[in-house]
Design a binder for this molecule. Structure first.
Ligand code: ADP
Ligand code: MN
Ligand code: MN
Ligand code: MN
Length: 339
């Protein structure tokens, strides 16, 4: 009996990495082994030395094909010595997890995205060449005038659940055509694996609906919300007491650290972190309870209970979850280890 394994990897497209995949036919029951691809076609190699290695790191049932077919997420390695390819950001997350795993870091990532008409490039729910009524009724809205694309969102949610991904919720967003799903809680490496797999399923299912999914940070200029990837983070100590949460916020605001983080938080961060539309400005740092205009929000329930997690509201929708989780673990767990 043969099955299909869809090998999935992250390419070298600048400035924002994209998902690639190809199909391997295998004997049922065989372990999906290492494979390769033409890196000169993905911005990951030159034509004269084009092979890049695919090393399977996470697999799950393929909820689209069904049966015994599987999805295989891979990291990329260099053929020369099987070391991580320069575009392999997962390696940094693995290193952070090896160093600070004893603090039991958890992440919950809120992936926002926008559905676009592939012909006009205009968001779903925007009349061709024009604008819908101003923001207000769309967030968590119900009804055909407010909501566009729910069929795809329902299908994607079910696919993530069937694949066994750690999806924890979905909602319609503030701008028409904008949606969100959440992955977590999961550790520094797992959250990236599951988020990339969920992105693959979303892009793939959108093909069937003739819709383009964009993770651009500010798809519509003007008075329309951008798309982020709010990063909820805790360590074991933060889940047990309030003081480590405040210490985490302080570590994130230390001299030079905000700049270090913004480099990993995606493309077009200045366009989205304007100080308006529920953001803090990119060149300012603040934290506060319930404050959606702060860089870091401590949810009111967390303040109430005196334990829980913090929310870094800065990462863009187009950020790489491996890089975001790695730098967050390094900064907050590194400061805790040093104190
Ligand atoms: P918001 O209120 O900002 O919209 P969401 O409900 O969309 O928040 O997302 C919160 C995310 O945080 C979820 O993915 C959830 O699983 C995750 N989460 C909950 N508790 C923790 C925790 N202790 N540490 C890290 N992430 C957490
Ligand atoms: Mn949310
Ligand atoms: Mn949101
Ligand atoms: Mn949030």
């Amino acid at each position: 009996m043969k099955i299909r394994a869809e090998y999935i990897w992250i390419d070298g497209t600048e400035p924002t990495r994209e998902v690639r995949s190809k199909t391997k036919i295998m004997d049922k029951g065989d372990e999906p082994g290492i494979w390769g691809f033409d890196g000169s076609s993905t911005n990951q190699a030159t034509g004269d030395n084009s092979d890049v290695v695919l090393n399977p790191v996470f697999q799950c049932p393929d909820p689209i094909r069904g049966g015994d077919d599987i999805l295989v997420l891979c990291e990329t390695l260099l053929t020369a010595d099987m070391s991580p390819h320069p575009t392999n950001t997962r390696a940094r997350a693995v290193a952070a997890m090896e160093k600070y795993g004893d603090q039991e870091p958890w992440f919950g990532l809120e992936q926002e995205y926008t559905l676009l008409d592939p012909i006009t490039g205009w968001p779903a729910g925007f009349p061709a060449g024009g604008f819908p009524a101003p923001q207000g009724p769309y967030y968590c809205g119900v009804g055909a005038v407010k909501i566009h694309g729910r069929d795809l969102i329902e299908e994607h949610t079910k696919a993530c659940m069937d694949a066994g991904l750690l999806i924890s919720g979905t909602n319609a967003e503030v701008m028409p055509g904008q949606w969100e799903f959440q992955i977590g809680p999961a550790d520094t490496v797992t959250v990236g694996d599951h988020l990339w797999m969920a992105r693959y399923l979303l892009f793939r299912l959108a093909e069937d609906h003739l819709v383009e999914v964009s993770i651009e940070a500010k798809p519509m200029k003007g008075d329309w919300n951008g798309a982020g990837m709010h990063t909820n983070f805790s360590t074991k100590a933060m889940r047990e007491a309030y003081e480590p949460i405040v210490a985490g916020c302080e570590a994130l605001g230390a001299e030079g650290i905000p700049e270090l983080h913004l480099k990993e938080y995606g493309v077009g961060i200045e366009d989205r972190l304007t100080g308006a539309h529920e953001t803090q400005r990119f060149d300012q740092f603040s934290y506060g309870v319930s404050d959606r205009g702060a860089s870091i929000r401590i949810p009111w329930q967390v303040a109430q209970e005196g334990k829980g997690y913090l929310e870094d509201r800065r990462p863009n929708a187009n950020a790489d979850p491996y890089s975001v989780a790695a730098v967050m673990t390094e900064t907050v767990c590194g400061a805790a280890a040093a104190s």
